[in-house]
Design a protein around this ligand. Structure first.
Ligand SMILES: Cc1cc2nc3c(=O)[nH]c(=O)nc-3n(C[C@H](O)[C@H](O)[C@H](O)COP(=O)(O)O)c2cc1C
Length: 304
């Protein structure tokens, strides 16, 4: 007997399984991106890349605890000029590659997306949602007007699919996603990190050098599920779920909430790329035990 069919699709993009590497984790070199794919991911999302190189914040940029982590990296990245060979090498190895970009305005987002298309990316993901860098990400991605004008501008600048990644740090994430859909986005990605902070009582000061950071890992799964559920109630384009996925059953929960595929971040940073084959095996076994023969049969079945 053959096992369940775990192939997934986000719009026109077919994926060998629904598990993608989330942006910002092992996403800066072709070597690590290829390794993640060989370890069983269906595809990879690169680290968010901007126009110019950025050093990011000084340490500490990460605070780890039992149920996840807080980070405020400050979008360190080599800049678009140095990233062509990373995308090209990753693509040459046969890896489905989604390029994440961040900018300060429509022009920057559009020019970054066009460069990523030139380099051979299969899709571009717009980081409209990084919660801890002034002038970027969630600062500009938290109003429907801003999301709409950036997505519209990028959509008219590239042929490849445009994915809009949402911040959960707003009152109505579904309204934000709807504005991306109306502006021509091909898929919604939800969620980026949840704004948070840690204080050291002994040192009487914030732990992160930036004070405020983004919460990820187990602690955010239920915010991610709720966001995907609400977005799927308002949008018709595919949704990619992300936040606190560690097991095959976590993946099934996101798919049942309406996601077509998922991304895994903190679990990879904690457990290494090997988590992909484990999660894929668990998903396949779950589907078999529960009588699902395809991913499509599970999408949205928890919705009411
Ligand atoms: C250390 C770290 C760096 C991240 N960098 C990025 C980034 O560059 N761009 C982005 O869109 N999201 C970034 N994220 C957010 C993740 O892609 C993901 O949306 C979030 O962590 C929730 O998923 P998780 O709980 O599986 O980690 C980062 C997350 C972490 C933990």
């Amino acid at each position: 007997m053959t096992g369940p069919d775990v192939r997934a699709a986000v719009g026109s993009l077919g994926i060998r399984n629904p598990l993608l590497l989330a942006s910002g984790i092992l996403g800066e070199s072709s070597g690590s991106l290829i390794r993640v794919y060989k370890s069983g991911a269906g595809g990879v999302v690169t680290k968010s890349i901007g126009i110019d190189p950025r050093a990011g914040y000084k340490n500490p940029t990460v605070f780890e605890f039992d149920s996840g982590m807080l980070n405020a990296m400050g979008l360190p990245n080599p800049g678009i000029g140095h990233f062509g060979e990373v995308v090209a090498r990753t693509k040459a190895a046969g890896v489905l590659t989604i390029a994440s970009v961040f900018g300060a305005n429509e022009e920057q987002f559009s020019s970054l997306a066009a460069r990523m298309q030139e380099y051979g990316a299969d899709a571009v993901e717009l980081n409209l949602s990084c919660p801890h860098v002034e002038g970027y990400g969630a600062e500009i991605g938290s109003t429907p007007e801003m999301v709409s004008s950036i997505v519209r501008s990028v959509r008219s600048s590239v042929r490849i699919p445009v994915w809009a990644k949402m911040t959960p740090n707003v009152a109505d994430v579904a309204a934000l996603a709807k504005s991306a859909e109306d502006a021509g986005a091909d898929a919604i990605v939800a969620i980026n990190t949840v704004k948070g902070m840690a204080i050291s009582a002994r040192l009487r000061m914030p732990v992160l050098s930036n004070s405020v950071g983004g919460l990820s890992g187990k602690a955010v799964k239920y915010v991610g599920l709720r966001s995907v559920y609400e977005i799927c109630g308002r949008c018709t384009i595919p949704v990619v779920g992300v936040g606190g996925i560690y097991s095959g059953e976590d993946v099934a929960e996101y798919i049942m909430a309406g996601a077509s595929a998922v991304q895994v971040g903190t679990a990879v940073s904690e457990g290494g790329p090997g988590v992909f084959s484990r999660i894929a095996d668990e998903l396949s076994r779950f589907m078999e035990n529960e009588g699902f023969s395809s991913i499509g049969e599970m999408i949205g079945i928890a919705r009411r």
